[in-house]
Design a protein around this ligand. Structure first.
Ligand SMILES: *Cc1c(COP(=O)(O)O)cnc(C)c1O
Length: 422
């Protein structure tokens, strides 16, 4: 069997209808350089979605490779259950240094979903331990996405992904992202709410939905007024994606709990954190027999290789002045989208914040799989994108060059025109 046949025989791919997958020729990546992925036949593809929203400084970056290798020469893994390890301490200190004010404790896990589970369980237990056990429910936004584990799915609101699991989920109150709706819901339900969870500024998996300006700031103020914790899920928006290190900064918001994953290790290794305030952390301190401990932990929590990649990534943010240089790239990408993509007849809307872009196509039925077909056209043009239904998602690495931005937009234009007409 060749590799493609073995893939079809042995691998079950995520979010994939395997009948369609098995009928097509799989693209198999062997290596990567800079912002390009290279397949087993040596063909190159621009990584237009940062390998599912994770890559930051490009692939095979010497500084990160070296940091992981150096750590490999020391120890690949050692547990945080009962022991510390060097890179997890150093990364925690650095994260606290750049996080919104008041977030002073780092709880490690290994994916965005687990970072969310941890935030939910901490919020729930916190309310019990400060003797407000009636505050046991969660409020989430319509069309939210917080991951695929059962707790994360409960607070998520994307029916296509979640409908079938409804009986497994805990009850969550839901509100559209408007200040008035949030205010009314908190007025009525704050007494039973542990926390509000939001994706700040951009709801990514919903198709890059942009929140109204001021919503996040208002959410912070309302949560404080009503004694409800604010959880910001920055799994997608964190690490420069929206133009600032964290999306929260753009509305001067400091949440009580913040979830980070995806870009945290620059797209190298599975790693996530949940940041918490001192006030929350303190509620878990007490005599052993009072059982105030947070009884939660994943086996690979605080993995030293992943943390070493995370530290190297933050060093690159500083030494390469990544966020500074990003501003001109964002302007270029947005200008090119306006010039080249917006005029196409079937482009309904281009939603964007920094390097998070959703190009909505319409009107098309779900069965037409228009996004998927355009992405196949892009593949023939040497670009990888992955759609969300009728929305083409662009989420390039922050290291993308001006020439590559043009290539990305031009190939996207050509593929949309090919499939949908001009
Ligand atoms: C991707 C994502 C998650 C889930 O992260 P995984 O690492 O895939 O578990 C959670 N929240 C948001 C906002 C995401 O975009």
């Amino acid at each position: 069997m060749n590799l493609a046949e073995k893939d079809r025989s042995y691998v079950w791919h995520p979010f994939t209808q395997m009948r369609d997958w098995n009928a097509a020729e799989p693209l198999i990546i062997e290596r990567a350089e800079g912002n390009e992925l290279i397949d087993v036949d040596g063909r190159r593809y621009l990584d237009g979605v940062s390998s599912l929203w994770v890559n930051v400084h490009g692939h095979h970056r010497k500084e990160i490779d070296d940091a992981v290798r150096a750590q490999l020469d020391r120890v690949a893994h050692s547990t945080l259950l009962g022991l510390g390890n060097v890179p997890s301490i150093e990364l925690a200190e650095r994260l606290i240094g750049i996080a919104p004010p008041g977030l002073t404790r780092v709880f490690y896990s290994d994916s965005g979903s687990t970072a969310v589970e941890v935030a939910l369980k901490i919020a729930f237990q916190y309310q019990k331990q400060r003797r407000r056990p009636e505050k046991s429910k969660f409020l989430a936004l319509t069309d939210a996405y917080h991951g695929d584990t059962v707790g994360a799915v409960s607070v998520g609101g994307i029916d296509l992904f979640h409908e079938i699991f409804h009986a497994l989920l805990f009850h969550v109150l839901r509100v559209p992202p408007t200040i008035a709706a949030l205010e009314a819901t908190l007025e009525q339900h704050a007494h039973e709410l542990a926390a509000l969870i939001v994706e700040p500024l951009v709801q990514g998996a919903a198709g890059m939905l942009m929140q109204p300006p001021g919503f996040l700031r208002a959410a912070r103020a309302l949560c404080s007024r009503h004694d409800v914790l604010l959880i910001c899920d920055e799994v997608a928006t964190g690490f420069g994606r929206t133009g600032t290190m964290f999306a929260c900064e753009q509305e001067d918001v400091a949440p009580d709990l913040m979830c980070l994953a995806k870009g945290i290790s620059a797209g190298y290794l599975p790693l996530a954190v949940t940041l918490a305030t001192d006030e929350i952390y303190s509620a878990f301190l007490g005599e052993y027999e009072r059982k105030l401990t947070f009884f939660h932990g994943h086996t690979y929590t605080g993995n030293p290789l992943a943390c070493a990649a995370g530290i190297a990534s933050l060093e690159l943010f500083a030494s390469d002045r990544v966020l500074e240089k990003l501003q001109a790239k964002i302007a270029r990408l947005h200008a090119r989208l306006d010039e080249r993509i917006a005029p196409i007849r079937h482009v309904v809307e281009i939603r964007r914040r920094g390097f998070m872009v959703g190009i909505e196509l319409g009107p098309f039925a779900y069965e037409q799989a228009i996004g998927a077909r355009i992405c196949m056209g892009l593949r023939r043009r040497g670009v990888i994108l992955r759609p969300l239904g009728n929305v083409l998602v662009m989420m390039p690495p922050l290291s993308i060059t001006d020439e590559e931005i043009d290539r990305l937009v031009d190939a996207t234009r050509a593929s949309i025109v090919e499939i949908c007409g001009a």
